[in-house]
Design a protein around this ligand. Structure first.
Ligand code: DX5
Ligand code: ZN
Length: 218
């Protein structure tokens, strides 16, 4: 089942609540929330108070992408703020298995994100505990960057690993995705599509409709 996860990093924060309503009314079910710590990635975005505040106004599934060093320190806080799924970075974690176990014990869905240069094989022993793997298709830290072409091969490799193990998990892609290249990532095996600029630039409702029209072909 294909899902669009609009990334609020590209929203207009002056009218964030209104834009989230537009996303919901356009038929999206996920909301991608990028948390940056200025350490794991070169920028700082927003954190728990913002999530807590927007939680009051929407039933969207909160897909929280933590670009944060040693995220164990904050898992409970993000749960309390309203996260439905927490995705942590392989590269930001000393004890990934412990972190994933904690997220699952809290009753949330758990994902692991891989930077562009991190091979899929590092997930071999953890993948069966995951609900989702996030293949970063740009270097994390900013919206509006260009899709890295070798990501297609990584998505295919991950899909093969999932099939070999006979498991069912979501494959998310994040960075530089638009209606111009979304077919390629879907055909490679991705089923949860993050889109920031290509949803929030221009008319949100029309942009989401364009993605949904493409999804109908699959
Ligand atoms: C980048 C973030 C992305 C970002 C994507 O570090 O993880 O979620 O919002 O933005 P676009 O779709 O504009 O590349
Ligand atoms: Zn993200």
């Amino acid at each position: 089942m294909l899902k669009l996860s609009p990334s609020i990093l590209s929203a207009d924060f002056n009218i964030l609540g209104k834009q989230i309503k537009e996303v919901e009314e356009a038929g999206a079910t996920y909301l991608h929330i990028d948390v940056m710590d200025g350490n794991f990635v070169p920028s700082i975005s927003y954190g728990m108070p913002v999530i807590k505040s927007i939680r009051k106004n929407t039933n969207l599934f909160f897909d929280v992408h933590l670009m944060v060093e040693e995220p164990d320190r904050f898992l409970q806080d993000f749960k309390d703020a309203g996260a439905d799924m927490i995705t942590v970075h392989y590269e930001a974690n000393k004890h990934l298995h412990r972190t994933i176990t904690r997220i699952k014990e809290m009753g949330l869905k758990a994902g692991v994100a891989l930077n562009p240069s991190t091979p899929v094989r590092v997930l071999e022993y953890i993948i069966e505990q995951l609900d989702m793997v996030l293949i970063m298709t740009v270097n994390p830290g900013f919206g509006g960057q260009s899709f890295i072409p070798f990501s297609i091969r990584k998505i295919q490799e991950l899909k093969q690993m999932v099939e070999r193990l006979g498991i069912s998990i979501d494959i998310q892609v994040d960075g530089g995705i638009s209606t111009a290249n979304v077919r390629e990532v879907i055909e490679a095996g991705a089923n949860v599509i993050v889109a920031g600029t290509s949803v929030f630039n221009g008319n949100i409702k029309n942009n989401i409709e364009e993605f949904n029209n493409i999804f109908k072909d699959y």
